[in-house]
Ligand binder design. Structure first.
Ligand SMILES: [Zn+2]
Length: 193
């Protein structure tokens, strides 16, 4: 029996914003900015799992819930389809909890963390942890960033990207390639519309 590999992604603050989109009919996942597991397989969700259900841990306050709701809607709007939902009737794909995350060092504080479990390239689940010290001003943008990790995105090197890892230089946009990757995962459902 093969073991399930655990990918751990370190998070950072980012800003939400709007990017113009020009959908393409043919697109292949790029090599940069997405996960490949140790067997070289692209890490992504099975499209039958969409929309991904987010479950709230008992540590989540109403305000945290509101921040997550805004972050979810940002992705749903940018992608142009329901990527994330709250649905108590369905099993959770993503677990959201608030906890005291360890600091990287005295100057760098971890504000969020996303952990993906995948098997043979398919994501099994994702866990998002929001640090208790994250400010109300930063919470939504941290969650947009962490949801990006849950979608299989890694960090972008462009400071304007929502997936840029450092808060001080982060920007407002979900890069076109990142959007296309998410749409590629969602394409079966998109085609039904
Ligand atoms: Zn990150």
């Amino acid at each position: 029996m093969r073991s399930i590999r655990l990918l751990v992604v370190v998070a950072a603050t980012v800003l939400i914003g709007i990017v113009s989109c020009a959908p393409r009919t043919v697109w292949l996942p790029r090599a940069n900015g997405v996960w490949y597991n140790s067997s070289g397989k692209l890490v992504h969700w099975n499209r039958n799992r969409f929309p991904l259900v987010i479950a709230l841990d008992s540590s989540i306050s109403f305000v945290d819930f509101l921040h997550m709701n805004i972050a979810m809607e940002h992705w749903n709007t940018q992608v142009g389809a329901d990527v994330f939902v709250f649905d108590a009737e369905r099993p959770a794909d993503i677990y959201f909890e608030k906890t005291d995350l360890p600091d990287v060092n005295e100057e760098v504080q971890l504000q969020g963390l996303a952990s993906l479990q995948e098997f043979d390239g398919e994501v099994i689940n994702c866990r998002i942890r929001l640090d208790v010290a994250t400010s109300v001003e930063d919470a939504t943008v941290v969650l947009v960033h962490e949801l990006g990790h849950c979608l299989g995105l890694t960090h972008d090197s462009w400071p304007g990207s929502v997936m840029f890892p450092h808060a001080a230089e982060s920007g407002r946009q979900i890069l076109q390639d990142d959007l296309e990757f998410v749409r590629w995962q969602r394409v079966g459902i998109l085609n039904q519309k």
